[in-house]
Design a protein around this ligand. Sequence first.
Ligand code: FAD
Length: 452
Amino acid sequence: MSRPLALVIGGGIAGLSAAFELYRAGWEVSVFEASSRWGGKVRTSPVGDRPVDAGPDAFLARVDHGLDLCRDLGLAGELTTPVAPVPAYVHVGGRLHELPSGTVLGVPTDLDALRASALVSPAGVDRAARDLTLPPSTVDPDPSVGAICRQRLGDEVTDRLIDPLLGAINASDIDRLSLAAAAPQLAAALAAEGSLIGGMAAIRATTGAALGSRDPDQPVFYGLPGGIARIIDRLVAELADADLRLGQPITGLDQLDRVDRADAIVVAVPAFAAAKVLGGCQDAAGLLAEIEYADVSQVVVELPIAGLDRVLDASGILFPRVDGRLMTACTWLSTKWDYYARPDSALIRLSAGRFGDDRHARLSDDELVDALLAELRSVIGFDRPPIATRVARWPQAFPQYTPGHAERVERARQLLDDYDPRVSLVGSPYDGIGLPACIASGRAAARAVLGR
Ligand SMILES: Cc1cc2nc3c(=O)[nH]c(=O)nc-3n(C[C@H](O)[C@H](O)[C@H](O)COP(=O)(O)OP(=O)(O)OC[C@H]3O[C@@H](n4cnc5c(N)ncnc54)[C@H](O)[C@@H]3O)c2cc1C
């Protein structure tokens, strides 16, 4: 008797996680990937003479999905936590400010620390403190992060803390970022305690480690020496006898080999591509096509330590949108991860781009490197040319979870279920953009298929 058959469209972490789950349950699996390599946004490539992540360099430890997959792939023992969970800086108004202690997802739970930091004016701190006494917010069922934070904490804290943390992670404009879909912890905090500061302080008291404590026994992130793409390599190796096809862009279900015989079809491509694949179900495709994307670019530079004016004593610097800089963040990779540390050079990642700011996309690689290095030079000071440089372009990389996102996704899934119950939607456009969420969505869809 023939084995059940799954067709997976998209060979990023979500599609491969789904394929892995079905394959090891004894299913026949075909994976169709448009590009010439596996991994999608997960990519590791050389900077000078060593491999450096070009997409994600870490994943959250607070949820188990990343760790669980690494356990299943025999990689868990190699996972590494940041050298010391060193703080980050925020650069605003021409000055560097250490991120105030007690900041959780941008919410300042320690107002004394906020006052001491001078990141926000005394009036701004007083305005944020009003969050503790304002009546519970009455807003739309799914407000934007910006709307709720401006209402409760005021503009200064929202622009200088919430924006660089939540806006930068999502490459978003926080004023059009769904609170429920992109910052469910903030929504839960508000619902539980009636204030963001009180709610996040309560969460910090119980799960402080997970949300940013400096306790090395309870890591916030994991990285992988040699690069996160090793997870992809291992997944592909585990799928050795599956039917794995690169260079196969799919634009409609009828294009899939053996579609009539398939028992499950996992769609693990960006939403705009899923809208084409599922064009036969017009209403669902229309909803998927509404999900917008932001482009980002990342430049990694290796700089001689001797030429640096500043000791790199943090994980990096965040640049709030209000300052209008090209750079959204700069990560001191060689301070954060011991496998990138070298005695004579520093490895630094410079990020640009978010929804509504595509200046980076209009620059050539050389112009982008020059512009970002000029901004970096103005902040940390250095006088020698880079030893090595790598530019990574990520067009249409970050799906935007705008207000109403969860409802839109649920509706699309319902419509698809009526259209063809074999189809599931997985990956970053739907239930979370981080690697653990993408892994979870792929594996959960596979388990749902297995449980049918
Ligand atoms: C620069 C950057 C840094 C990031 N940093 C982090 C981080 O530090 N930590 C973290 O947790 N997350 C991070 N993320 C987010 C995370 O990497 C992504 O959300 C996640 O990898 C997306 O996985 P996916 O499988 O859903 O989609 P993708 O990786 O986009 O995979 C989809 C695949 O489908 C293929 N495809 C597209 N169209 C078709 C088609 N028509 N037919 C067949 N195949 C098709 C694509 O080529 C791609 O391989 C980062 C993302 C980027 C871009």
